[in-house]
Design a protein around this ligand. Sequence first.
Ligand code: NI
Ligand code: MN
Length: 227
Amino acid sequence: MRLIYLSHSCFLLETGTHRLLIDPFLSGNPRAPIKPEAVKCDFILISHGHGDHLGDAVAIAKRNNATIISNYEIATFCGKQGAKTHAQHIGGSHDFPFGRVKLTIAHHGSGYQTDDGFLYLGNPVGFLITTGGKTIYHAGDTGLFMDMQLIGQMNRIDVALLPIGDNFTMGIDDAVKAVEFLKPQVAIPMHYKTFDMIDVDPHEFARKAFAIGARVEVLDIGKSFEF
Ligand code: NI
Ligand code: MN
């Protein structure tokens, strides 16, 4: 299993048979290591409707004939633009050829910005992805929530992808508490440094998590983590 960090909250998960792209914000992202035209994948997971997560999903999905997995509102929105989609909602799981995806809660917004306001794109979500005997939790954009304890109790999480940038999501101290709740084998920080407003030090997160006995991998952009 290989997880490649494509900056911000975007990861490519290679299972050996499938390629899952999560939150593909590449166009307009100053830290993106790859152009959307260069991405190959067969599934795309979108956590919520904000531009730095929905990003290039529709274009990449159509070019790859990939299936978009998201909440019902985002799946419908992308489907109307010609993408193949699979709609789920919070608490629901579904079996795909690569494994299982469950949508979790996330405390955030999900409006899609248009010229005259916001289009409602449902509730923001996180993802529990079980594939090849491993479980990956991508928290999406969220504040800390107590149910992370439940997620940690009910799942043996191998890798937890957690926002740490503060202002729009959890900051470092709340993300350390999330690690305490989730008990992952490894936590990988995301959603930091892309904009000045979220310019925090991921190594501070690593140090503070280490102090409570947890392991953090700070992934450089474009680098991969094997597990
Ligand atoms: Ni957001
Ligand atoms: Mn965001």
